[in-house]
Write a protein of this length. Structure first.
Ligand code: F6P
Length: 486
């Protein structure tokens, strides 16, 4: 099989480069090993009607990385517009932040169509396409329009929200119908899968049986594939990283004080304001904890051209300076706040240094930082993970200290509990989480999805041929959960 993986953001195989975002960092090692071709955006744009899309191609492990220049006229409307100002807020249940124009939607569709044309050059008879994330909901349908009959799968790295929320996205119906051109659609959690199937049945009137939906495109399998990490590799990285200058400088600067760490993209879904308020509340309610623990918050800026992100960046900076001003001392800064990215290696060392990992998003597809924090701990003296119950990772890491990110007092208490947790309890909780991480690795996730995609296409071959384009909706049936691999 010749695998072509597609995502908006790609990563080059350089271990010491800073990484923004879970998808690219997670996919890099597995794509490298698989020999796949990984196609994505170069981050540059190109003017004019490109006859042949321009791609910079370089070797990536056993395969290749192809970075495309996207059309200048549509890039803004696609990336900052429809993908990140309409779909992203909706997928994270922030209907209040949805901003979308008709031009943005058209640009999004143009870029999906452009990517489909560009992919044809990588197509062989035995090609399987695997499309990642909300930037390319309609890419499968565009590929089908171009006559592609090979298997095409799709995995969503974000949550899929309740019906009413997705209904707030302009053209939601057309987009979801287009998604049904995929042979397999994967979600992070059972809740996401059920929300999606609920929409198909209630809004599109489609029939779903044992996680298979029948539409005018034929059959699509819908299933859950929780993304993992390589815990052993991350653990080794964290041991090596202890001698990295950034990590050893941090250790020296602590003077016996405990450290809590948060590492996030600067995004409103990450619950950063509530997290800072929880630390503020903890130091206010328990002044004895001042000087005994500080927070290192790394918040890497992204999508800076979008108003909601600019507002968050200034609100957060102001809040942190206010908290530092109130609780700080001449020789103690409660919150160290950094707006830059770090390599995976350095992050592994920083996680190992921290006695508490705070991962408190308001809503998150998976949140691989939670898994990485656990994997980076010293087994003899592990730190404690304080984890939002609304992160996908909470389904597996249920022995973390689970918190409600809207409950500031509750979070403040949980952080204080984490700081004083006895070693025996820390070890029991950590061992249970490591067991889960070892049984559901990124390699397993990759193989499970690709296997299920091959099977989904075989089933499709055995079922009825494609039904001609028509707006026909199928009769309603009773609710039926999707399939779950793992
Ligand atoms: O799932 C969302 C996602 O693709 C993540 O994998 C990653 O954290 C983020 O979005 C990257 O966003 P951007 O490429 O816009 O910085």
């Amino acid at each position: 099989m010749n695998l072509v993986v597609v995502s908006n953001r790609v990563a080059r195989g350089m271990a010491n480069e800073p990484m923004t975002g879970g998808l690219a960092a997670a996919l890099l090692p597995v794509v490298e090993k698989s020999g796949a071709i990984w196609v994505g955006s170069s981050g540059r744009v190109r003017d004019g009607a490109q006859k042949e899309p321009f791609a910079e191609i370089e070797a990536l492990g056993a395969g290749a990385l192809a970075m495309l220049d996207l059309p200048a006229a549509h890039y803004g409307g696609y990336y900052e517009g429809f993908a990140n100002s309409a779909l992203w807020p909706a997928l994270h249940s922030r209907s209040d932040l949805i901003r979308a124009s008709q031009e943005d939607y058209l640009s999004y569709r143009e870029v999906n169509a452009f990517m489909a044309r560009a992919l044809l050059r990588f197509q062989k008879q035995d090609t399987t396409f695997w499309v990642q994330d909300y930037h390319f909901l309609a890419l499968g349908a565009e590929l089908r329009e171009l006559g592609v009959t090979q298997p095409i799968g799709f995995f969503l790295h974000t949550p899929w929200p309740a019906r009413a929320v997705i209904g707030g996205v302009p053209h939601h119906r057309r987009l979801v119908e287009a998604m049904l051109a995929y042979d397999l659609i994967g979600f992070q959690t059972q809740d996401d899968c059920e929300n999606f199937l609920g929409y198909l049945m209630a809004d599109l009137g489609l029939k779903v049986e044992s996680g298979v939906v029948t539409s005018r495109h034929g059959q699509t399998r819908v299933a859950v594939f929780p993304i993992g990490i390589d815990p052993e590799k991350f653990a080794q990285q964290s041991i090596k990283a202890v001698s990295h200058p950034d990590v050893s400088r941090l250790r020296r600067s602590l003077n016996g004080e405990k450290l809590a760490i948060g590492v996030d993209r600067l995004d409103y879904s990450k619950g950063l304001v509530n997290r800072i308020c929880a630390f503020d509340q903890m130091w206010t309610a328990q002044p004895a904890l001042a000087r005994t623990v500080s927070l290192l918050q790394i918040a890497t800026p992204s999508r800076g051209g979008i108003e909601a992100y600019g507002n968050l960046q200034s609100d957060l900076a102001k809040l942190i300076s206010d908290v530092n001003g109130r609780h700080g001392e001449v020789d103690w800064t409660p919150i160290r706040y950094l707006n830059k990215g770090f390599s995976q290696t350095v992050l592994a060392g920083l996680y190992r240094t921290a006695q508490v990992g705070v991962v408190t998003p308001l809503h998150d597809g998976m949140n691989l930082v939670a898994k990485e924090y656990v994997a980076a701990q010293n087994p003899a003296d592990p730190g404690v993970l304080v984890l939002s119950k609304f992160a996908g990772a909470a389904n597996e890491l249920d022995t973390a200290l689970l918190v409600n990110p809207h409950d500031i007092d509750g979070m403040a208490r949980a952080i204080a509990t984490a700081l004083s947790m006895p070693l025996l309890e820390r070890r029991m909780r950590w061992e249970a989480m490591m067991k889960k991480l070892r049984s559901s690795t990124i390699q397993q996730w990759f193989a499970d999805f690709v296997d299920a995609l091959q099977e989904a296409q075989l089933d499709k071959g055995a079922s009825a041929p494609l039904i001609a384009e028509s707006p026909t909706l199928w009769p309603r049936r009773s609710a039926n959960g999707g399939m779950r691999y793992h």
